[in-house]
Design a protein around this ligand. Structure first.
Ligand code: SF4
Length: 502
């Protein structure tokens, strides 16, 4: 484990402020430093909070070794001595870590019993169903909060629950399940989202990350990026250029982030601008139709060696039924163009467990991989995830397939691909727990508190649910009837442009 001093010494861009008279905010990510610092929300909130002269914002992460008292990274202040702990929560499997971190910081995890710092949250998972952690937080910012930071800080300084509840997009769980619209940033150009603190000690340590857009126009029915972050929006070339130039002062490789980056209307000028400044563009997501010979040539010039495409399903019929409109021929043509541009490898992403998926749909996955490898000469590798029905998407109520069926499907796939390509995949067991928490209500919080006390194994999670009389299967494996009220029904009811429309 690295010491605080060693972590800080390896960073560029962290801020040190005298806490005197300022609101002290601990910006918390419920996973380790390496994971949390890969998340641009942490970078952006750190910059926005610290832009306020009356705030000092420091970071705190889940320790990766036994720790007796959790302290902030910058000044080593104990969590309990901060005024506010603000969590950014992106993934369901991190929920027990929220409680672990509060306990490690000597902060009572349940809001009703807490006398210390106020504990608030935001982030993607809190923006579609915050209920599993609703009793933990004093307030939850639902949706895209960049424009609400000032109002939130003012309300935190006022220090009354009513002041917090008056901030647009803020849900105060103690007030009950009050309908809360989801905040949407109307003009992304007004808020750059990019790496603020550079460190080699994250997954993307060799890159400067720049968000080029948000949402996705294609509307695949399982996709949070498209449904929870609607509508699709881009930052303009003129707004992105200075952010990219700042990134190039720190790193050669510029990671362009967004749900369908190669669809950016100025993707060619953006890549050219990076290349002419000595950098290397690296789009995080690619769509087959958008991979033109011109774009592929620029990416190859910038050192991109692998094209990544996500057919999601083996057959065109299943793709159509989940909203993914891409044909085998379009995939083949894009792969051939990549090969012609000098790119040597293709990574394909699929989802197992889509509704109405048949054995033929599954058998079509290795057949498609073989066809792409044989007809283009590219080295093909496969990544598979398991469908998790997510709140806020059209699949929110569907049943997840049983874990055993997903294991068999993965075994079949591995056998069919032997000697042809590599297969990496998500754990079906952890996908199941993701679904349980994605669709849980406030009744699951005591089980999360028990999980936070013990080992992070699926067996321990199952025991905790049983101990609290909860049927985990009912959350994940059951189709939720259309008339069953959903725990998150009050969240995202309507949208609210941020800053609020006047
Ligand atoms: S194309 Fe990709 S990002 Fe867009 S909706 Fe479909 S899965 Fe989501």
């Amino acid at each position: 484990m690295m010491t605080r001093e060693a972590i800080l010494a390896a960073e560029t861009g962290a801020q040190r402020k005298d806490p005197g008279g300022r609101l002290r905010i601990a910006l918390a990510y419920p996973n380790t430093y390496a994971v949390g610092m890969s998340n641009l929300a942490i970078h952006t909130l750190y910059r926005l909070f610290n832009a306020r002269p009356d705030v000092v914002c420091e970071r705190v992460f889940l320790p990766d070794a036994p720790t007796t008292l959790l302290r902030t990274l910058e000044s080593g202040t104990a969590l309990a001595d901060m005024d506010v702990v603000a969590f950014s929560v992106a993934f369901e499997l991190d929920y027990p870590n929220v409680i672990r971190m509060l306990r490690l910081g000597s902060v009572a995890p349940f809001a009703a019993a807490r006398t210390g710092p106020r504990v608030i949250a935001g982030g993607p998972a809190m923006s579609y169903n915050p209920e599993p952690l609703a009793d933990v937080f004093d307030a939850i910012l639902v949706g895209e909060g960049e424009h609400s930071v000032d109002a939130l800080v003012d309300a935190l300084r006022a220090d009354t629950p009513d002041a917090l509840a008056a901030v647009p997009g803020v849900y105060v769980p103690a007030h009950g399940t009050v309908p809360t619209p989801r905040l949407v940033v109307g003009d992304l150009n007004a808020v750059p989202v990019a790496t603020t603190i550079y460190t080699p000690h994250t997954e993307f340590g060799k890159m400067a990350l720049v968000e080029v857009g948000r949402g996705c126009p294609y509307g695949c029915r399982f996709c949070v990026a498209s449904h929870v972050y609607a509508p699709a929006r881009w930052r303009s070339f003129d707004a992105l250029l200075p952010v990219i130039e700042e990134g190039l002062r720190h790193r050669t490789r510029i990671g362009l982030l967004g749900a369908s980056v190669t669809d950016h209307p100025d993707i060619l000028p953006l890549c050219e601008a990076i290349l002419t400044r000595g950098g290397e563009p690296s789009p995080a997501s690619m769509r087959a139709d958008a991979l033109t010979p011109e774009l592929l040539a620029l990416l190859a010039r910038g050192g991109v060696r692998t094209v990544t495409l996500a057919p999601e399903a083996g057959t065109e019929a299943l793709r159509r039924s989940v909203g993914k409109r891409i044909s085998d021929d379009a995939l083949l043509a894009a792969a051939a163009r990549a090969r012609a541009a000098g790119i040597g490898a293709l990574k394909l992403y699929f989802i197992l467990g889509l509704p109405d998926e048949t054995p033929d749909d599954r058998a079509a996955i290795p057949a498609l991989a073989r066809r792409l490898a044989h007809e283009t000469g590219l080295r093909v590798s496969l990544g598979c995830s398991i469908l998790v029905p997510k709140p806020g998407t059209p699949f929110a109520r569907i049943a997840m397939p049983p874990e055993a069926a997903m294991r068999r499907a993965l075994d079949d796939l591995r056998r069919a691909l032997r000697g042809v390509t590599q297969l990496t995949h998500e754990s079906p067991r952890w996908a199941y727990w993701q679904a349980v928490l994605a669709r849980g209500g406030r009744e699951v919080t005591p089980a999360l508190a028990t999980i936070a006390d013990g080992a992070d194994t699926p067996g321990a999670w199952a025991a905790a649910f049983r101990a609290h009389g909860l049927d985990a299967d009912a959350y994940a494996l059951r189709a939720l009837p259309p008339d069953l009220p959903l725990p998150w029904a009050h969240i995202g009811a309507g949208r609210c442009l941020s800053p609020p429309e006047r």
